[in-house]
Write a protein that binds this ligand. Structure first.
Ligand code: TRP
Length: 446
């Protein structure tokens, strides 16, 4: 099995793949709206702290396991458990990760479908000379239309699964090479525009003046979950990518660069979106629709705004595409590892995810008031519990396996660092990342 595994063609390809997995809706859509709902600067501060203390070391742990196992996540865990002569039940962690990405992908595809809709609307000039109220109303009208949403969700699942079915290494490498730099370019233009708006000062104040009084356990849990989500850590999805990593590459260096870029992209879109929010007196805690209302408003004021807006949604679509491919990979590689043909595995998984995604589609119309837990409808449930609870639990187990359970030699070799740096990483995971994650999880759930 391990000999037949694909390999990224270069170090750059691996970095781009992990960047493609990390940068997506989490940065551009979820980060601003979560920040808005969780009191602004308090959330931002905690998120950065969690990325550094938990996200980074656990990201290394996860990729390292994949690279040491050189198999699909479940098989890699089983193989490494056997090697270290510990319980083979660790392999179920791979299944838990697959379940987590299953639910995440089901809503991710629906929201990515919104970008397809907005790409088409922008190109058609639907937002030209519209008032902010009209733009808000057109988003609500779109959400209330399950057929249009299903159409876009279907299209997005087809895009994702066709690349996954073809084998990800070739597919993703090509996509990432061209598209990611373009996306950053547009975000920088958008940031530049934000500086000129009257709400820029208020946005900066709101984002960067720490307000400790706004910190509650709920905010802490959300910020921790978001750190995992945005780095794509905790569901064995990066483990699947680690299996394809070239031998000679430095893992910490690759991971560090990706994490910094990921924070930069989130900050840039946060600054842009909140400048627009404050300029137009919109509500920062508007929720999942935040980006889809603010950006058309901003671009409708820029010269050539429709072109910029169209380009933005096109690039966002590509960023979400490379993320959703990563979300699908652990499920598909699990079946491939069990002897399935890749294309069949992709069709089955894609079909099931699509089906469950319909519940998210309907959560904005027919099923809006069907509550599953507390006040949460299906969309609220799947966009909260898997990212905020399943990912930290998965990350915790991955870290325990990497830092306490697997063979030390295998870990050193796969991490590819000097003995001193290895001890630093090990100490950080054992005595900071693991206890901190456990404490936050347990306390905030109580
Ligand atoms: N990080 C991606 C984003 O920010 C989402 C994502 C991709 C993800 N792969 C993942 C989240 C694996 C959890 C696990 O949009």
């Amino acid at each position: 099995m391990s000999e037949t595994l694909e390999r990224w063609q270069s170090r750059r390809a691996f970095i781009l793949a992990v960047t493609g997995a990390a940068v997506g809706l989490g940065n551009i859509w979820r980060f601003p709206y979560m920040t808005g709902e969780n009191g602004g600067s308090a959330f931002l501060l905690l998120y950065v702290v969690f990325v550094v203390l938990l996200g980074l070391p656990m990201m290394m742990a996860e990729i390292m396991i994949g690279r040491a196992g050189r198999r699909s996540p479940m098989q890699a865990l089983a193989f490494l458990a056997e090697e270290a002569d510990i319980s083979r039940h660790w392999k179920w962690l791979g299944l838990f990760g697959a379940i987590t990405v299953f639910f995440i992908l089901s809503f991710y595809s629906v929201v990515s479908g919104w970008s397809i809709e907005y790409l088409v609307s922008a190109v058609n000039g639907s937002f030209v000379n519209r008032s902010p109220q009209e733009i808000g109303a057109s988003f609500d009208a779109f959400l209330a239309d399950p057929l249009r949403m299903t159409f876009n969700h279907t299209l997005f699942m087809l895009l994702t699964m066709s690349v996954v079915a073809a084998g990800i290494v070739n597919g993703i490498e090509k996509l990432n090479n061209v598209m990611m730099p373009l996306l950053y370019g547009i975000l920088i233009v958008l940031g530049g525009y934000a500086v000129t708006t009257s709400g820029f000062g208020a946005a900066m104040h709101w984002l960067f003046t720490p307000d400790v009084s706004a910190i509650t356990w709920g905010v802490v849990l959300n910020a921790m979950g978001h750190a995992f989500f945005t780095l794509a850590v905790g569901a064995c999805a990066l483990m699947a990518y680690g299996a394809y990593m070239p031998d000679e590459q430095s893992l910490p260096r690759a991971v560090f660069g990706v994490a910094m870029l990921d924070i930069m992209v989130a900050l840039l879109s946060g600054i842009a979106i909140f400048s627009i929010v404050f300029t137009h007196g919109l509500d920062p805690s508007e929720g999942p629709g935040l980006m889809f209302v603010t950006l058309p408003i901003a671009f409708s004021e820029l010269p050539g705004g429709q072109v910029w807006l169209g380009a933005f949604f096109l690039l966002l679509l590509i960023a979400t595409w490379t993320s959703s491919i990563n979300l699908a990979e652990p499920m598909v590689s699990m079946l491939v590892g069990a002897g399935w043909r890749r294309s069949r595995a992709a069709i089955l998984i894609g079909g099931l995810v699509w089906l469950v995604g319909l519940l998210s589609v309907l959560s904005f119309s027919t099923l809006a008031d069907v509550h599953w837990i507390g006040e949460m409808n299906f969309f609220a449930l799947v966009s909260t519990i898997p990212p905020d609870i399943f990912l930290p639990v998965g990350g915790l187990l991955i870290a325990i396996f990497a830092a306490w359970k697997m063979s030390r030699e295998a870990a050193v070799a796969a991490l590819g660092v000097s003995p001193g740096a290895f001890r630093l990483w090990l100490g950080l995971v054992r005595y900071v990342s693991i206890p901190l994650t456990a404490v936050v999880l347990v306390t905030s759930l109580i």
